[in-house]
Design a protein around this ligand. Sequence first.
Ligand SMILES: [Zn+2]
Length: 526
Amino acid sequence: MNRKQLKFCLLGAVFLFAGCTALDPTNYLESSADTLFQIKPDQSHAALERQSGTDQYLKLLLNVAEDAEVKEVQVKPGLVSKDTTMLSMPLTDGRTVSFKLSRSDNIASGMVGWVGDMPSNRRQLYPSPAEINMDPLNWVSLVSDGKLVVGDIRVEGQLYRLTAVGKGQQVLVKVDESKIPPEAAPIPVPVQPRDNARLLTTPSSSKSAIKVLFVTTQQSRALYPNYKLELAQALLNANQYLVNSKVEALYEQAGIYDSDYDETGKEPQTQLNDMTADKPLGAKIHIEREKVRADLVSMLSTYSIYCGIAKMPARKETAFSSISCFGALGHELGHNMGAMHSDESPDQGVFPYAHGYKHTAPNFHTQMRTSHGAIPYHSNPRLQYQGVPIGTVDKNDVARTFNERRDVVANFYPEPTYPVRLWLSGANGSCYIDVRPGEQVLLSWYSECKDNAVDPERVVVKDFSSDSTPRRLCFSNILYTVNSCYAGRRFYGDFVIEDVHSGKGKPDEIEFTKLQVGQVFRVSYR
Ligand SMILES: [Zn+2]
């Protein structure tokens, strides 16, 4: 336990004995917490209004803000780190709130995520093991690239958006979610009987990694100056909903493809259809998707009548969605996974229980109903909020749908199992071997290597493949005191190693490590 954590525990104990008011988390104001940002004093709203004449994103934010409440803030990006256990921040109304870290990870290359909620005594009041972990009305999700921070701050259900506009100015927006356009009805994908059988199989893996390729358009890159950061934060949210809802899957960003697609005059559904492989945009997406083996593809667009649209449930060739609001990503990917909005609408899906859930007293709805004002959960009758189930067995169990479908979607591009092929050359001669994933072999097993007494220096590597789990190709002696390794994560293809024990010639994406230099007897690929 570090000093900060200790301090928090001690303060927590003081609060408990002092007897905080039930379910009033703002009483847990944490004086020792670091302050993520300050609202700049003496700022002029008229100046922001003027700036919005040329800054389209700022204009959009002013339009969705409650009472045009947009404030410039000064942010400390370094605090978005797994080492920060408590973060506090001021709101536009003068209150300051504090959040306790629940999860921090590297959501994309060079970007750190931080998710937390407000400590409260809800779990003591509702001791059932089914009671949800994260406070659904008071939580925060942030991503930083070291320079800027974007994120969502929810306090008593009210959304505040921390983001950056044109010139990297950071702003805090009190969002009026009723001003945000709705999500479009999903586009049903015909499901063949063959697929139906596949849909109902039990997942074979304990956890599924679902890779998502983002596509941007000419217009979306122009509108959203920090779209990479915003997309990473949208994915962080989508993952938090899965974690919270006990879905054994996580989305992983496979890449971002900046396309030359021009949205001018194209409706959301036209744009979604343009992503399929028989269209010019779709053909280009297909190449990028094959390269990074992305199970799902989501395009960031700028249409304003909807927040997003998706195909449902996705098959490999229809695994597309499009968003124009970052907050709708988890919802639209959820359609690809097979979930629907409401059981009141005509049933068009495959699963009778795959609907979002709405409850009154306590008042809440889950993500698939609509992402606007939703709690960070998918419907799940096995979980409770204040003692109330957040789903029903018959109609509202999106968590079950996702758990049943996760392996199907994650295997649109399965983890490759084919062997790596190696041409080994040394001073005495050359030989050819292939090694399957998970195997380690002795060179003496191969007569060609044995007869030529090959001690490899130069190696031609073909069909190296690694998905999200890093794969290591190692050249070792019997005791592993010699162990020169080449590790790749999400790398598919060929390369040449000019010198086994120095890493010379390897691609930048491949990481090289070594112990001693000496004769090679073993090769492993795991
Ligand atoms: Zn929807």
